[in-house]
Design a protein around this ligand. Structure first.
Ligand SMILES: *Cc1c(COP(=O)(O)O)cnc(C)c1O
Length: 393
């Protein structure tokens, strides 16, 4: 069994590029060039340099002593929260802005839900002096005012999507419409391992730096490159894809994917795609998504904005279907409790997305000599309001 993408752009039965005819030239240009560009020495050198000096990589692999004592196992945290802009998303936007430049594009578009990907995109556009347009649902603009302000300060134009439910999927539709109308000069930066081929593979490869670092960092600390488990939360799946990447075909390393159960998997207010999803097409790829009997995408719910997505990327659909990764869903309450516990045991305030990954320790018992690496995908500054409300701080 191969867990990487095949030549046709599929992970098993998932993936592909299901796009309107008019988008074909844009996606095809990227498909034909992305691997060639990514392996050019000058591209690699510029990417590595920016990850080091601008993002602050390598991010530490931190042995969480008190958390390990509490759960009687060895827990390491991969500190993506310490990256510039506070999460793993910047690894991908740096890679894609360099890709856009190599393809001769001078205008960037992106869609954003909570605003995290919008901020990461606006950041790299400012860095490179390239025009940036971010589509965002009107309702999300109201809900996420600080991120809208950040994007504006960084010089981006934020355009409200006013159709449908006025949230992420409507913003995505607007971005796609823009791309169709501007096929020559515009590049579309997608924020996770989703979208038509080659996006899921390209984003996974940019995020793969995470497991590349885990390997040599763990070698130094434990004299082995391989942990027993890698745990990551899954919205679209990019931080998980990065943390799994170099372990995908090594069955000795067990992979755990954590989805947001929201108010509970059976509550109707959930984002646990693997449990609730069926095969279908979303954002140009065949994958698992939450939908009604007649194929309408259902609104997901999670306390965490970054996990509030009705699908998962095709790599994760394949990992689920083949059993390569174990999928666990964690409710709002379980996640919030686990997040607070990390604050109090380790002095680290995690993003609420990340808190879901930490919720696994109350659900599953590990052996005392297991080495468990958790992708600490982001920091919690952006979530303070939600923590305050939840805990009545
Ligand atoms: C966006 C985000 C996620 C979810 O996105 P993935 O593509 O699934 O990684 C998780 N954690 C943080 C901190 C995020 O900002």
């Amino acid at each position: 069994m191969n867990y990487n993408i095949n030549e046709k752009g599929y992970y098993g039965e998932f993936g592909g590029a299901f796009i309107p005819e008019m988008l074909y030239p844009n996606v095809e240009e990227l498909r034909q060039n992305y691997l060639k560009i990514m392996t050019e020495p000058s591209f690699k050198a510029e990417f590595d340099q920016l990850l080091k000096d601008y993002v602050g990589r390598p991010s530490p692999l931190y042995f969480a002593k008190r958390l390990s004592e509490k759960y009687n196992t060895k827990i390491y945290l991969k500190r993506e929260d310490l990256n510039h802009t506070g999460a793993h998303k910047i690894n991908n936007t740096i890679g894609q802005i360099l890709m856009a430049k190599r393809l001769g594009k001078n205008r960037i578009i992106a869609e954003t839900g909570a605003g995290q990907h919008g901020v990461a995109t606006a950041t790299v556009c400012a860095l490179m002096g390239i025009e940036c347009i971010v589509y965002m649902g009107e309702i999300d603009i109201e809900r996420q005012a600080p991120n809208v302000a950040r994007m504006k300060m960084l010089g981006a134009t934020v355009i409200p999507a006013t159709s449908g439910s006025k949230t992420l999927k409507d913003a995505t539709n607007e971005a796609i419409r823009d791309w169709i109308n501007n096929p020559v000069d515009t590049y579309y930066i997608i924020g996770s391992v989703v979208g038509p081929h080659p996006y899921p593979d390209m984003v996974a490869k940019f995020q793969a730096i995470v497991s590349e670092e885990i390997k040599f960092q763990l070698k130094e600390k434990e004299d082995t490159e391989n942990p027993d488990y890698v745990i990551a939360c899954v919205g679209g799946g990019s931080n998980a894809a990065g943390a799994y990447y170099h372990y995908l075909n090594d069955k000795n390393v067990k992979l755990i994917a954590v989805e947001a159960a929201g108010l509970g998997v059976d509550s109707g207010e959930s984002a646990a795609t693997s449990v609730l999803g069926k095969e279908g097409i979303i954002h140009g790829s065949k994958t698992l998504l939450m939908q009604t009997k007649d194929g309408q995408i259902t609104e997901p719910y999670s306390i965490s904005a970054g996990l509030d997505y009705p699908g998962v990327g095709p790599m994760h659909a394949h990992l689920y279907k083949t059993g390569r990764a174990e999928f666990i869903s964690i409710t709002d309450d379980q996640a919030m409790k686990a997040g607070l516990e990390l604050c109090q045991l380790e002095g680290i305030i995690p993003a609420i997305e990340t808190s879901h990954a930490l919720g696994v320790f109350e659900q599953k018992t590990f052996k005392p000599d297991d080495i468990v690496v958790v992708s600490l995908s982001g920091r919690g500054d952006k979530d303070l309001e939600t923590y305050i409300k939840h805990f009545k701080l």
